[in-house]
Design a protein around this ligand. Structure first.
Ligand code: KG4
Ligand code: ZN
Length: 346
């Protein structure tokens, strides 16, 4: 079996070819990041237009790299949400048309389920690891922050972002520091050579005992610290030093500590057997190191996604689609529409 995955929910146009064992035969990602960078974030209208331009090229490249043709594809999967409606519609419509024209099944997939299962994929061409239930999933990206418990055929939401997603907070803080977009990677690198303990920020929590995440207060505190010190002109990453560097490291530490705080609370209440981390922010070095330590101290198996699979990509979408297809069988999904909002388990 071979399947095709299509992902156009935000600013990456991606097509992947997988086999029935979840082996990645190709996973082409064309990023629009540079185009959006000058605006400091993704411009939806520009994103959809760029998806239309590059999707046919990305599809051809993915098929060529997988040494396959459309004749050999047995299933087409595309992200149906959540994401930017105009952007989603490009990939979804193309995938539906392809499946319809070829008389093969079409399977819609959730972008967040794609992230959720991405730690089970291998980036080196081996078959996917078996998905063992139950597991807890922490999806942290530019648009989302969700903690769930996954059972076979059911995802139970435990916590989600009530305001900014963690990646969004990284991006906004970096922009105020004059570091450009996306903000996660430079802050990650700066934090490695800085001292987070100079600026300890409080872990954000809600008074009602909720496990939900909140990062906008932290972002505001940081921006206030920048203003007090007159920081925030455009800087190149290598020039970031002193208080600015330590503030950014303190910010990153506080993000990680809040995520760990929620995991600690879930673990002591219900016990976590296995934790799968995913999403763009799962590329963060401090988060990865901290969670690995957290898991080994508590006997929790921690699955980290390959760094090449943390950002948006079609392989993860294809894999989520394959799991649904295997579980529920082939159904007629050609009438499915794009959904801008689609929380895990919803
Ligand atoms: O999952 P993703 O590619 O797109 C969404 O679905 O949102 O995540 C992108 C986000 C951006 O906000 C980016 O700044 C963040 O992931 N990110 C990071 C790192 N690499 C990317 N955040 C922290 N540390 C990183 N190393
Ligand atoms: Zn994503």
């Amino acid at each position: 079996m071979k399947l095709l995955g299509v992902e156009t929910s935000c600013d990456e146009t991606s097509v992947a070819v997988l086999d029935g064992d979840g082996r990645i035969l190709s996973n082409v990602v064309s990023s629009q990041m540079e185009m959006h960078a000058r605006y400091g974030g993704v411009v939806p209208e520009l994103a959809s237009r760029r998806h239309m331009e590059v999707l046919p090229l990305v599809l051809d490249e993915a098929l060529a790299l997988a040494a396959t043709t459309l004749d050999e594809i047995d299933l087409v999967v595309a992200t149906a949400g959540p994401g930017l409606i105009g952007a989603l519609l490009v990939g979804l419509s193309a995938a539906k048309a392809l499946a319809f024209a070829r008389g093969i099944p079409f399977q819609p997939a959730s972008h967040l389920e794609g992230h959720l299962y991405s730690p089970f994929l291998c980036a080196d061409g081996s078959a996917a690891r078996p998905v063992r239930y139950p597991f807890h999933g922490l999806v942290v990206s530019g648009g989302h922050s969700e903690l769930v418990r996954a059972q076979e055929g059911q995802i139970v939401p435990l916590a989600r972002a009530r305001d900014d997603a963690p990646g969004e907070a990284f991006d906004k803080v970096a922009r105020r520091a004059g570091l450009g977009y996306p903000g996660g990677p430079p802050i990650d690198r700066i934090a490695i050579r800085s001292d987070a303990s100079h600026f300890p920020f409080k872990v954000g929590r809600f008074n009602d005992g909720s496990l939900d995440f909140t990062f906008s207060g932290l972002k505001t505190q940081l921006v206030r610290e920048f203003e007090k010190r007159g920081l925030g002109a455009d800087v190149s990453e290598s020039d970031v030093a002193g208080e600015l560097a330590d503030l950014l490291a303190g910010f990153q530490r506080a993000v990680v500590e809040q995520l760990v705080d929620r995991l600690d609370r879930v673990h002591s209440a219900d016990g976590i057997e296995r934790l799968a981390l995913s999403g763009g922010v799962a590329a963060n070095s401090e988060l990865r190191d901290t969670l690995e330590r957290w898991g080994s101290e508590r006997g929790v198996e921690v699955l980290l996604p390959d760094r090449r699979l943390t950002g948006d990509n079609a392989a993860m979408v294809a894999f989520a689609g394959l799991l649904s297809f295997r579980r529920d069988g082939s159904r007629d999904f050609l009438a499915v529409n794009a959904r801008s909002r689609w929380p895990l388990g919803g």
